[in-house]
Ligand binder design. Sequence first.
Ligand SMILES: Cc1cc2nc3c(=O)[nH]c(=O)nc-3n(C[C@H](O)[C@H](O)[C@H](O)COP(=O)(O)O)c2cc1C
Length: 181
Amino acid sequence: MLGVVASAAGGVEQLRTGLVGPAIERGWRVAVTLTPTAAAWLRRTGEVARLETLTGLPVRDQPRFPDEARPHPPVTCFVLAPASANTVAKLAAGIADNQALTQLCEALGTIGLPVVVFPQVNAAHARHPAWQRHLTALRAADVRLIHGPDVWPLHEPRAHPAARELPWAAVLAAVEGATSS
Ligand SMILES: Cc1cc2nc3c(=O)[nH]c(=O)nc-3n(C[C@H](O)[C@H](O)[C@H](O)COP(=O)(O)O)c2cc1C
């Protein structure tokens, strides 16, 4: 079971066709969790319903009640893609103020549970004085980061090429590499 988590960053509208569908084709069962803002975006376009049909599981964006059963089975790997600068910062600081971050913050401290993160950021996000510390914190938790000029060259705000495809192949390869042994 692969836990796919996504935040409200450009390209999240490609989540089904770029990541969830291809992971299922490779034999994964997939459970999707979104940040509240990402869920609002994808609900508005009908993508949440399409993801639920494809995965056969509810798309989560809210915490369960204490007396409710867990809506998703346990996962063997988490992938956060796309990760907004906001969600990366909160994850690095251990802030679990939504369901997506609750799952990921616990995963970072869970022995033997790999986590892959693709920060979908621009050059301004990366120049924020806290950014390098966030990446250092995630690396210290053995997070596999999909970043760097080969996979995601940084552009200035609002200077991204139109309809830019996210590096889904690199994300999937990292998931397979993290879970192959
Ligand atoms: C159209 C649009 C595109 C955005 N793209 C990005 C992005 O690519 N990366 C990013 O870090 N933030 C992006 N943002 C800003 C985030 O959506 C915003 O910081 C939000 O609070 C993130 O919430 P979340 O991390 O809980 O999903 C975008 C906002 C809008 C309206």
